[in-house]
Ligand binder design. Sequence first.
Ligand code: PRP
Length: 184
Amino acid sequence: MSRPYVIDQMISAKSIAARIEALAREIHAAFDGTDKLVVVGLLRGSFVFIADLVRELDLPVEVDFIEASSYGDGMVSSREVRILKDLRGTIEGRDVLIVEDIIDTGHTLSQVTDYLRSRHPARLKTIALLDKPARREVDFKADWIGFEIPDAFVVGYGIDFAQRNRNLPFIGQVRFTDKPVNAA
Ligand code: PRP
């Protein structure tokens, strides 16, 4: 059985919503006049963020998904990023925004960005809700970041701990405890 833990709220649902509104305004300004923006969610962690973000975007939008994995169910990042599911649509000559939940070591987003850039999109930009710069192993900077956070173990709003807690409406911090608790 896994070690018991509790989840302390780190970023409220209200703060996330307010930040997404502001980010959407910046994205709108950057892609104003686009024919159609292809918003690419990196599965699985981005599914909540992309759902909220596209609904704030007053632009013609197509939604696609790509799945890459670097962690499996463990907590240690490997350097090899595998593409588990590719895009359905074509992005050549299109404006693309890659949506990620969190940048940790940077391997995932940097390798997925290189992979999609090789398909010659017109413009390719990246956004991540959370950024942990202290953990960075590769030199990668997203175009937009929701919140910079310390090196904490976070869950919720799409982010999991061993495939649990993705459905929390806020970003929480995992705190292990020796006392038995009812973890969500
Ligand atoms: C997590 C997260 C990012 C990546 C960040 O994905 O969603 O995609 O790790 O880590 P990095 O910057 O060190 O590469 P994970 O592989 O756990 O898959 P998931 O999105 O399905 O949860």
